[in-house]
Structure formats: structure tokens, C-alpha cells
Design a protein around this ligand. Structure first.
Ligand code: 3PG
Length: 208
């Protein structure tokens, strides 16, 4: 499960975290991100349009690898998995969700905040984790501290990651990618400002 997830997260340095209010925005938004060099996205289950948005992107933007985020319980996990999306993401973990994730053969990026949570997920074979909320926890210094006692877990830090600190996170050995909403904020999406989103994506995706 972790290997399949690593293969996905190695495709791009940044995973845009998206809140899509109107399903009609999904395809132009995904196209804007792919054009900017960020083909791996996380559509959060925070809006009623989220699952329709995922469906449209999977049908119409073949170059995009779609994950579903903000999965908080086994019921949401089941709904997300049933879409056929490439991977799932949670902000944290509960015992029920952990059992359901490990019973599924589906790439999953589970959220962790403390060293004990990191170790709990690791004990269940989840070797790639979302550190959340990364900047508030202490940012790069926190990740460096984890690397000492737990060198074999790799992270996708998310929460407070921006254009200013993304490179510092990405320079760490135990960081595979970073996630965040700053590439495609709700304001930019609601305004349909696809050009600005492509520009923000291109700034972090490296030379085309
Ligand atoms: C998430 O769900 O991963 C976070 O809301 C993203 O955090 P950010 O808004 O600070 O990027």
C-alpha cells in the first residue's frame, strides 16, 4: 500500500488540496493544475460537490491522478474508495478508520500529528504519512526531530505549507511531497482564475 502511494507522490513535489464548491469547476481546475506541472491532487470531502468533482476529473482529465481527502471515518472511506479514485487521505486517525484502511488494498495517506501517532501508523505498515498541521507543529525542525528515532517513515507535510516554506520542507530526506491549499485557493477557484492557478503550480513544479 505504501509503495503504491510513494509511486503516486513521487510524480510531483506538491499535492494541491482542493475544496470544490461547484462540480463544473472541477475539470478546468484539474486542467489548470496539470498544465502547471502538478498532476496529483487531493479533492477534499468538505463540499457537497466533492464526489461529482472527482468523477468529472477522472472522466475528462486523464493526466490527473485524483485522491480524496478529509476522510474521517469508515463510511467516508467506503464512499471515497467506491469512486475509483487513485488514493485516499485523512487528516488524522481513529482506531475504526485504521482498521478499515488496513483491510482495503487502496493507497492511503493517513494523517499523523504526534510521534506516537506516527509509530501507531507505522506499526500497521503505513510508512508514508501526512504530517498535519505541519507548520504549526514546528515545520522542518519537527520533521528533522522525527527522523532520528523513526527514520523509515516518509511524510507529506500539510497545513500551513506555502510558497515561502515549501522548498525547505522538500529539502528534507523524510519528505516525499508537500500538500496545501495555497496553489488553488477557494477564492481563485470561485473566481475561475485558472491562469493564476497554473502560474502558482508552475512556480513550484520546477521547469516544464
Ligand atoms: C488540509 O486539509 O490538508 C489542510 O486544510 C491544508 O492546509 P492549508 O490550508 O494550510 O494548506
Amino acid at each position: 500500500m505504501s509503495d503504491a502511494l510513494s509511486t503516486i507522490l513521487e510524480k510531483a513535489p506538491v499535492v494541491p488540496v482542493l475544496e470544490i464548491a461547484r462540480a463544473d469547476d472541477a475539470v478546468p481546475l484539474a486542467e489548470a493544475l496539470v498544465a502547471g506541472g502538478l498532476p496529483v491532487i487531493e479533492v477534499t470531502l468538505r463540499t457537497d460537490a466533492a464526489l461529482d468533482a472527482v468523477d468529472s476529473i477522472m472522466k475528462h482529465v486523464p493526466g490527473c491522478t485524483v485522491g480524496i481527502g478529509s476522510i474521517r471515518d469508515p463510511q467516508a472511506l467506503e464512499r471515497a474508495h467506491a469512486t475509483g479514485a487513485a488514493f485516499g487521505v485523512s487528516p488524522g486517525m481513529t482506531p475504526d478508520l485504521l482498521d478499515a484502511i488496513t483491510a482495503l488494498d487502496w493507497p492511503f495517506l493517513p494523517g499523523a500529528t504526534t510521534i506516537s501517532e506516527v509509530m501507531t501508523l507505522r506499526a500497521r505498515g503505513l510508512m508514508v504519512q501526512k504530517l498535519f498541521p505541519a507548520a504549526l507543529l514546528g515545520g522542518a525542525a519537527y520533521l528533522k526531530a522525527i527522523k532520528g528515532p523513526v527514520p523509515d517513515v516518509t511524510f507529506c507535510p500539510t497545513g500551513g505549507v506555502t510558497a515561502r516554506n515549501a522548498a525547505e520542507f522538500l529539502s528534507l530526506e523524510n519528505v516525499i511531497a508537500v500538500g496545501g491549499t495555497w496553489i488553488a485557493t477557494s477564492d481563485l477557484v470561485n473566481a475561475g482564475n485558472w491562469a493564476a492557478i497554473t502560474e502558482r503550480a508552475a512556480e513550484v513544479s520546477g521547469p516544464a
